[in-house]
Write a protein that binds this ligand. Structure first.
Ligand code: G3H
Length: 532
């Protein structure tokens, strides 16, 4: 298995033709008020994938995103506000069927950029190529399912209802201006899972793509510009503090969809002058545990935990980030688990079957090294053969055991290929860990008997929002509610929930005195709201 820079990175001519970096038109473009503009100042984006040239390792520049200033940020806000016009803009008052047609037009336009997107995403964040294609396909499916879900919602909610002596028309209406900020690990899927529902519900949206993954998202700008009225969707890039601060401080943002750290979320929210007016849909840190009970099928549990902890180098919010094993089987489990970890293929994301690829985040390897060193100093051991090795921005999966509460890795979200393992004597011992943890997204239980699994399941459902039985944690299928307790999330996302998260119900109501007016208005059939 290649595990040093010399061997892991390729000379340009050795990269299969299909996976070579193409020349994209990525010259500091952004989408403002329906137009794709080019900015004069940019930030160069370098790939985490490097190229071997003679005996040297060379950085590869992928493109540049615009380093916009406060002015362009406020221009994007103005464009969004002008298009929304307090809810009287073309898009906000458009009937659901017409909005859906625009989204369908958008889908038809993006289908042909599938491979282009996957290649660029692979070069930007070093995600294995098949996973980049999967992310694209899953996102298109998500948009299509969102359309179906909205059609059902509209059918159900657009009738006239009578309660006591009241008649009413209830419809979901947009919130106003929505700011969407997705993460680097799923730049397309996680961003679009907020922005498409926000858009289709009639809001005007400003998107700030993540620093890594900004370029592959910009491939979608032409389709957005063609399919939607100007100003309803704007893309801005640059330093978060410089461009997002002014937008939030204006007080004009009605909803924030954000996936990232609690620290940044707090910073953003606290800048809003009317915090109570800002609806927040947040995906924050998680540290999902797996519990291997004494009767678990160890072969199957190991395989599933390796996938759960190490797919895309553990850079998933849903990754398994702490493994707890019953002390009676710890030794046996760890033997199987470590063999599995050490058999993982490390290399470039175009190689078949590769799992371990370079890490895109700056100084990540150093930070993971510090976590490991801290744990080792406090009594943990690196227990897999290749653990602890790193080279450049490649970090080999490292299994640490026994991990205890005085170690940093016990508490922080590592978001990378380090796997802390602890053992436990009985379920009671786990209660303290679970009750005091700040995280509450998901957990996994591995067991072969209901009698053993149930007591833990019944505790976990009150500590996390999804418990996975004999399988790793994951977000999908996207019909399921995706949320978290404690510091892990705010609001719920899913095909069904996101439409509700980015809208609010409004109603026109009449009692006896208003009845005639209500039905006259209906008959008139000129209202955007009161019609059937
Ligand atoms: O980073 C969080 C992703 O939404 C995880 O999605 O669990 O389906 O891989 P997934």
């Amino acid at each position: 298995m290649p595990f040093d820079l010399e061997n892991a990175f390729y000379a340009e001519e050795d990269i299969p033709e299909k996976f070579r970096l193409k020349k994209f038109a990525l010259n500091r473009q952004y989408l403002l008020n329906g137009e794709i503009l080019t900015y004069d100042k940019g930030t160069e984006v370098y790939s985490p994938l490097r190229i071997k040239e003679r005996s040297k390792i060379k950085l590869v520049m992928v493109g540049e995103y615009p380093e916009l200033s406060r002015k362009e940020a406020l221009d994007s806000l103005k464009a969004a506000l002008d298009s929304y016009k307090g809810g009287t803009g073309e898009w906000a008052k458009m009937r659901v069927g017409d909005r859906i047609s625009c989204v369908q037009d958008f889908i038809s336009k993006i289908k042909n950029i599938r491979e282009e997107f996957a290649l660029l995403e692979m070069w930007e964040i070093a995600k294995p190529y098949p996973s980049c294609l999967d992310e694209f396909d899953r996102t298109v499916r998500y948009i299509e399912d969102t359309i179906t879900s909205l059609q059902n919602l509209d059918k159900k909610s657009s009738g006239i209802i009578s309660v006591e002596n009241f008649v009413a028309q209830v419809r979901r209406t947009p919130l106003g201006i929505v700011l969407c900020m997705g993460p680097f690990n799923y730049p397309l899927n996680e961003t679009f899972a907020m922005l498409i529902p926000a858009l289709i519900m009639g809001n005007s949206v400003i998107v700030k793509p993540p620093r890594y993954g900004a370029l592959c998202l910009s491939l979608f700008m032409p389709a957005f510009a063609c399919s939607f009225p100007k100003g309803t969707i704007n893309f801005i890039n640059g330093d978060g503090e410089g461009i997002i601060g002014p937008i939030i401080k204006s007080g004009e943002v009605n909803a924030l969809g954000f996936i990232g750290s609690t620290q940044v979320a707090k910073l953003l929210i606290n800048q809003h002058p009317h915090g109570n007016r800002l609806r927040t849909i947040l995906g924050l840190e998680a540290k999902n545990p797996a519990f291997i009970l004494s009767d678990a099928d160890l072969e199957k549990a190991s395989k599933e935990c390796v996938k759960g902890a190490l797919e895309f180098n553990g850079q998933r919010c849903t990754a398994l980030k702490h493994i707890w094993v019953d002390e009676k089987i710890t030794e046996k489990f760890l033997q199987i688990f470590c063999n599995e970890v050490d058999s993982l293929k490390c290399g470039m994301p175009w190689e078949e079957g590769v799992t371990v690829t370079p890490l895109p985040e700056k100084n990540k390897v150093e930070w993971l090294g510090e976590l490991v060193e801290d744990a080792v100093t406090k009594g943990a051991r690196i227990i897999n053969k290749n653990g602890g090795k790193s080279s450049g921005n490649l970090y080999y999966p490292t299994v640490l055991y026994p991990v205890t509460s005085d170690m940093k890795i016990y508490h922080v979200e590592q978001f990378g290929p380090v796997i802390p393992v602890s053992s436990f004597a009985d379920i009671d011992e786990l209660k303290d860990y679970l009750f005091t943890s700040d995280y509450g997204q998901q957990a996994s239980i591995f067991s072969t008997s209901a009698a053993k699994a149930i007591p833990l399941l019944d505790i976990l459902v009150h500590q996390v929002s999804r418990v996975n039985l004999n399988s790793q944690c994951r977000r999908g299928p996207d019909e399921f509610p995706f949320t978290g307790r404690k510091d892990s999330a705010e609001g719920t996302l899913s095909v069904y929930d996101a439409l509700r998260a980015f809208s609010i119900r409004s109603l026109a109501v009449a009692n006896e005195d208003g009845r005639a007016l209500f039905f006259d208005a209906l008959k008139e059939n000129t209202s955007d709201f009161l019609w059937i």
